[in-house]
Design a protein around this ligand. Structure first.
Ligand SMILES: Cc1cc2nc3c(=O)[nH]c(=O)nc-3n(C[C@H](O)[C@H](O)[C@H](O)COP(=O)(O)O)c2cc1C
Length: 201
């Protein structure tokens, strides 16, 4: 297979897409769509988001020292896109997108009642990377829609039905699970055979 160097670009790298909730100095809630995001630590549990300094949300995050992260389902694609094309400087995105504000239990941050999974994060690190500042938030609460949980009380992918973003392209959904994690790769272990996920070789 022949590869070609197509330059230092981000296109083609799948990312999550979330809405971060903030409050400004006057206490006004706002939402911003972000795709440069991800889980970045397990202990303590933490999420990183990257925000350009000219976004209205940027100052709100640094001033308040906290932000929320709400995970949309596929059915929220219009609301997700909308919150990424207008600014909270000018518009009340909650009202215009018909989203209901639910205050978070720990920090009172704006969460979205209609979205199945929302985190409250306390800002613990800020790194200037270049065009974007990277904020690391320690998760202090996770509010999950009960109907999106499995029997063990953990969020279930099929029920969350999350959006995936392809930079330079658009929004996609998840396809059905291909394999469980931390299992199928075991078949490459010397002497283990093809038994990683319970299948026999
Ligand atoms: C799919 C999508 C992903 C985006 N990802 C980011 C991002 O990761 N970081 C960022 O600073 N802006 C991102 N944006 C742009 C902001 O959401 C947009 O500039 C927004 O209007 C800023 O809102 P605010 O001024 O109310 O903070 C994204 C927009 C879209 C539609």
């Amino acid at each position: 297979m022949m590869k070609k160097n197509i330059g230092p670009i981000t296109a083609g790298f799948p990312t999550p897409v979330v809405l971060a909730g903030t409050t400004d100095a006057a206490g006004r809630p706002n939402l911003v769509t972000l795709a440069w995001v991800g889980v970045c630590c397990s202990e303590p549990p933490a999420i990183q988001i990257s925000v350009r300094p000219d976004r209205y949300s940027h100052a709100a995050i640094t001033e308040r020292g906290a932000f929320s992260v709400c995970v949309p389902s596929k059915r929220h694609v219009d609301e997700t896109d909308f919150c990424g094309i207008v600014s909270g400087r000018k518009y009340d995105k909650f009202a215009l997108a018909g989203l209901t504000l639910e205050p978070g239990p720990e920090l009172g941050l704006p969460l979205i009642a209609e979205f199945p999974l929302c985190f409250e994060c306390r800002l613990v690190h800020t790194f200037t990377v270049g065009s974007h500042d990277l904020f690391v938030g320690q998760i202090v609460s996770c509010m999950a829609e009960e109907s999106a949980l499995d029997g063990r009380g953990r969020p279930e992918s099929g029920k969350l039905d999350p959006l995936v973003f392809m930079p330079g392209d658009g929004y996609y959904g998840l396809s059905p699970r291909i394999a469980p994690g931390f299992g199928v790769g075991r078949r490459f272990l010397p002497g283990k055979g093809n038994d990683g996920d319970g299948r026999t070789s």
